[in-house]
Design a protein around this ligand. Structure first.
Ligand code: ADP
Length: 191
């Protein structure tokens, strides 16, 4: 198995780059944001609970997200590997993922972080909010709250994987195809 984490703050381009990576490598995409929104749209209990946190720009509790990821992966245990997008977002999530992958005799092979400064991110998210219909992209306070959550809870994950020599930062501003090429150059060294 080859397992990649696409890392970076809200609006860094993880979704866009995931789509391009999926077209090139035979990996399965797992976006916890997409899974949570699908639960909400289906009106499930999990989706309704998650939506309270999402609309405030807060992280959804670890146990909810971890359980959802575990189910998703177990249904796809025969696959060549995963691209994790928006997960893990906390140290307990990273530890749970490491543990879960050992059950597949696998590990995280590579973590690629898209680096974009905050002013550019706010611009991108507000623009996305005009067309995506995502309420969490339409309000600057909610967006700033998501960055706060990212700083406090998600950024420590970078160190978690740096200490295992798995983390590589990639410039996330520029042409989409150039950013994609940088990501591929890291992956191709490992795959
Ligand atoms: P973005 O990266 O632009 O914030 P996502 O679609 O990845 O967009 O996430 C949207 C929201 O869903 C987050 O602000 C958070 O509330 C929730 N969420 C997504 N993934 C996780 C996760 N791994 N842990 C906790 N909450 C999450």
């Amino acid at each position: 198995m080859f397992n990649l984490i696409l890392f970076g703050p809200p609006g860094a381009g993880k979704g866009t780059q995931s789509e391009k990576l999926l077209a090139k490598y035979s990996l399965v995409h797992i976006s916890t944001g997409d899974l949570l929104r699908a639960e909400r749209n289906a009106g499930t209990e999990l989706g309704n609970k998650a939506n309270e946190f999402i609309s405030r720009g807060e992280l959804v509790p670890d146990e909810v997200v971890i359980g959802m990821v575990r189910n998703f992966m177990k249904e796809r245990s025969d696959k060549a590997g995963f691209i994790f997008d928006g997960f893990p977002r906390t140290i307990p999530q990273a530890q749970a993922l490491d543990q879960l992958l050992t059950e597949f005799n696998a590990q995280i092979n590579c973590v690629l972080g898209l680096e974009v400064d905050e002013d550019e991110l706010v611009k991108r998210l507000l623009l996305r909010g005009e067309t995506s219909g995502r309420v969490d992209d339409q309000n600057e306070d909610t967006i700033r709250n998501r960055f706060q959550e990212y700083q406090n809870k998600t950024l420590p994950i970078q160190e978690h994987y740096s200490s295992q020599n798995k983390y590589h930062g990639v410039e996330g501003v520029g042409e989409i195809d150039d950013i994609f090429a940088s990501l591929c150059s890291h992956i191709d060294k490992l795959i």
